[in-house]
Design a protein. Structure first.
Length: 298
């Protein structure tokens, strides 16, 4: 039976176990092992493809066996930390420098491993994420953006390899204080920014941003023509966001990036409804908290 490892986003092991349901065979800290072919798992930061157990006789033997599989490795240290660290010291160093937004993400394969017992490794030479444990870190702009929400869009665009082109029209719902509008404007897009609260003055003064004060839920899609992308960071229950998305889908909007914010218990039912929309993808970003990001392209 095929086996895959799913590394949960920090703090969300329970959510990941719920997604994987009866396929779960073992859990090691944040690493959940599940039987069957690899499946979409929104709460997984990284997926270990074809993990295998490897018996080792020593620290040197462990490093030798890992190097025989491939060069680049990231240690997920859950148990036997000192011994694992000594093994890691014998492996080639892998850069963990933050990515500069706009640069290509790492291209070299990156494997992941952990110690299940002093003489037993679990290793996956290939993983779904090209960065360590799916932790997408960027060289931050600590001056221009009005808050750190901009990092969510940087992560989305880097991971999917798509972003609005210059001149495209973006609708940014729940935009205040303007972190997402700031990102979109910097890409050269035209932005209609909607919120009951104002934008930060420096963002509101930027060219190609039109601010409209009001509720995202009061908008009539028929009054908006030529929307290329719809973005939503609105604070609301996921079910209400789903109804809003349905309205814009029916109006012909094709590209979406929306944050599903869970207030209290995780609404797995509505998350599944979002995931079932054709052509869409649901993921937990490294920069998300108790929320998921839903993406639909074309």
């Amino acid at each position: 039976m095929p086996l895959a490892g799913y590394l949960a986003a920090a703090g969300f092991v329970t959510e990941l176990q719920y997604e994987l349901a009866d396929a779960v065979v073992a859990t090691h800290g944040r690493l959940v092992l599940a039987e069957g072919p690899v499946r979409p798992a929104a709460w997984a930061a990284n997926v270990w493809l074809d993990p295998r157990e490897i018996e080792i006789s020593s620290i040197g033997d462990a490093a030798k066996r890992l190097r025989a599989l491939q060069r680049n490795w990231a240690l997920y240290s859950h148990a036997h930390h000192r011994r694992a660290a000594l093994i890691a010291e014998k492996l080639p160093k892998v850069s963990a420098k933050p990515i500069r937004f706009g640069a290509a993400p790492p291209a070299a394969p990156l494997g992941s491993w952990t110690l299940l017992a002093p003489n037993l490794l679990l290793a996956a030479p290939n993983c779904s994420s090209p960065v360590r444990h799916g932790e997408w870190r960027f060289v931050e702009d600590r001056k221009a953006p009005p808050n750190r929400a901009y990092l969510k869009l940087w992560e989305v665009f880097t991971r999917i390899g798509r972003q609005p082109r210059a001149g495209e029209l973006c609708l940014d719902l729940g935009s205040s204080p303007g972190g997402w509008s700031w990102v979109l404007q910097n890409l050269g897009a035209r932005v209609i920014s909607v919120d009951k609260a104002p934008l930060a003055p420096a963002v509101a003064a930027l060219p190609n941003i039109e601010f409209r004060r009001g509720s995202a839920f009061a908008l009539d899609p028929r009054q908006f023509e030529g929307i290329d992308w719809l973005f939503s960071d609105v604070v609301c229950y996921p079910e209400r966001l789903y109804r809003l998305v349905e309205t814009w889908l029916a109006a012909g909007t094709k590209r979406f990036v929306c944050a599903l914010k869970f207030q209290g218990a995780t609404d797995h039912e509505t998350a599944c409804r979002f995931a079932a929309i054709p052509g869409s993808r649901l993921m937990h970003l490294h920069h998300n908290k108790h929320e998921l990001t839903w993406i639909k392209l074309d």
